[in-house]
Design a protein around this ligand. Structure first.
Ligand code: F6P
Length: 536
């Protein structure tokens, strides 16, 4: 499928981006996709008009329009689980009906949203107090998609937070829940148990520990527990009042679930109105994704640039580099979104994938990363395509000079990656530093930057709830487009099962109730080490 693109790449490999800019003064305007006030600049790549045409042609080859209509229309495109993929329905505030099995699911979606808003406002106002009075703290207990979305968004939107403080516990490591609960008042803390299945071992273990902490501390779990789940029978068995349970359908995948009940902690933090703005941002991106032509479609171009770098150019990883400290958790969020969705090795038909699946996604906020791993991005032997993102303005008007410095750094990095520094330039600098002869040459070589390294930059006016909604929805659609082009199912996650099964079988062995007989030598020796050092 990518043969011709690989050939084009071989022919254009030596083209320097600076030459592409010299040849086409409008390159920045041509190689960009925009919607509303958001702009994706992908001109600092080696993509030419010809290459883009070929990439865009992939969309028609795989009937992207048909697959997109199928997703938005409720067809069970998650074929291995027989489920529709309709997280978009959760933010379909102004759209029409969404039919699943002949039923318009929008009635239920709206009803749940109203229930969530009522509950969130009651918690925020004190109308729904704990045993010790007004709720001061909320602890969301969940993992993966039941944690990363709200945890990321609560931090990202902290300038809008005016409700109780929100905390997130995910890891089964007792350190996480112990550190989080320490200092909280069991009588004024609300526990939100977030688990689509309500069976996830980490979440249920943490939930039981937190419930015991609350009871022992004089709190009232019936007042102070809520559950977010598709398994309402299990939430009742855990002791959560039915009016504190916010359910959702199985057509909302865990890593796509921040828009509905799983976003309850975010709604409590920022309020129902700001949460609605978050949904509206996502809805605006959905509308753009459905209407814009491929070459002007922001999520589609994000996906095609990704395909170009990973499947065609063979770059193994992609760095997400938000120049926004409050997007600290975005790389982890996108790791689940992208790697759990597109880390697959067979096509929808079960045939071995003959091209690489999705890339490793990693990153950290700038400018911190600049003083840590950017060295490798600039001078290492592996090319790492970078995705920069930055707002025009921050939320600290008194510190606007900080923000200008942040923006300058962000733009400087993509420029440096493109421009590089030649041996000649390095020699001149080294000479100016007083070196000469063989030492000048040796020193200069350490100061060469290869340049011509690709990056894209996403810019937006400010990180508001609306803009965060746009960003997340854009990445969701990017994952969808990449998945359709690869012909894989982006919506199951069988790869997480084996480890879960083995952890279950290892539990009694670590506890010392069973022997390690039948386990491999390495696993048995590691268990023995744990036992020898007091582990059980
Ligand atoms: O381990 C994978 C996974 O199923 C994720 O896809 C999901 O987001 C997470 O576990 C949590 O699942 P649940 O919400 O059912 O507890």
């Amino acid at each position: 499928m990518f043969d011709y693109l690989v050939e084009l790449r071989a022919r254009s490999a030596e083209r320097h981006m600076l030459d592409l800019f010299a040849e086409d003064p409008d390159r920045a305007a041509t190689f960009c996709a925009a919607t509303g006030d958001m702009r994706l600049d992908y001109s600092k790549t080696q993509i030419t008009a010809r290459i883009r045409d070929e990439l865009v042609a992939l969309c028609d080859q795989v009937d992207l329009a048909g697959r997109r209509a199928a997703m938005f229309g409720g067809t069970p495109i998650n074929e291995t689980e027989g489920r529709a993929v309709l997280h978009t329905a959760l933010r379909n505030l102004d759209g029409g009906p969404v039919m699943v099995d002949g039923i318009d699911v929008m009635d239920q979606v709206r009803e749940t949203l109203v229930d969530m808003q009522r509950f969130a406002e009651a918690v925020r106002s004190g109308e729904k107090p704990g045993a010790g009075g007004r709720i001061t703290d909320v602890v969301n207990i969940g993992i993966g998609g039941s944690d990363l979305g709200p945890a990321m968004a609560v931090e990202a939107l902290s300038p809008y937070a005016d409700g109780p403080r929100c905390h997130f516990v995910s890891n089964v490591d007792g350190a996480h829940i112990a550190d989080t609960l320490r200092g909280l008042d069991p009588k004024t803390t609300l526990l939100i148990i977030a688990s689509k299945t309500f069976t996830t071992i980490e979440t249920m273990t943490n939930a039981r520990t937190a419930r015991a902490w609350m009871t022992e501390g004089g709190g009232d779990p019936s007042l102070q527990m809520a559950a977010l789940s598709t398994a309402e029978d299990k939430t009742a068995a855990f002791g959560v009042l039915p009016e504190h349970v916010f359910g959702f359908a199985d057509w909302v995948g865990g890593r796509y679930s921040v828009w509905g009940p799983i976003g309850l902690s975010l709604m409590i933090a920022i309020g129902g109105k700001a949460f609605e703005a978050f949904l509206r941002g996502a809805e605006a991106m959905d509308v753009h994704f459905k209407a814009a032509k491929w070459s002007e479609n922001l999520p589609v171009m994000l996906a095609l640039v990704g395909i170009w770098h990973h499947q065609v150019c063979g770059y193994g990883t992609r760095a997400v580099l938000p120049y926004d400290q409050r997007l600290d958790k975005l790389p982890a969020y996108l790791q689940q979104l992208e790697m759990e969705s597109n880390g697959k090795s067979v096509t929808m038909d079960g045939v071995a994938l003959d091209v690489p699946s999705g890339p490793v996604v990693w990153g950290a906020p700038g400018t911190n990363g600049q003083h840590a791993f950017y060295q490798l991005i600039h001078q290492g032997t592996a090319v790492v395509p970078c995705e920069f993102m930055v707002a025009a303005v921050g939320h600290e008007p008194d510190l606007a000079h900080h923000h200008r410095l942040l923006v300058a750094n962000c733009l400087a990095q993509s420029e440096a990656l493109m421009r590089g520094r030649s041996l000649d330039e390095a020699r001149k600098r080294t000479e100016a530093q007083g070196f000469s002869g063989a030492e000048l040459d040796r020193q200069a070589r350490h100061r060469v930057f290869p340049g011509n390294r690709p990056s894209v930059t996403l810019v937006y006016p400010q990180l508001t709830p609306f803009v965060l909604g746009q960003i997340i929805a854009a990445y969701e659609h990017r994952v969808f487009v990449e998945g359709v082009i690869l012909g894989i199912n982006s919506y199951d996650q069988w790869g997480v099962e084996l480890g879960k099964e083995l952890a279950t079988s290892l539990g009694p062995i670590v506890d010392g109730e069973e022997t390690a007989e039948g386990k491999d030598g390495s696993t048995a020796a590691l268990v023995e080490f744990v036992h020898l050092h007091g582990g059980a």
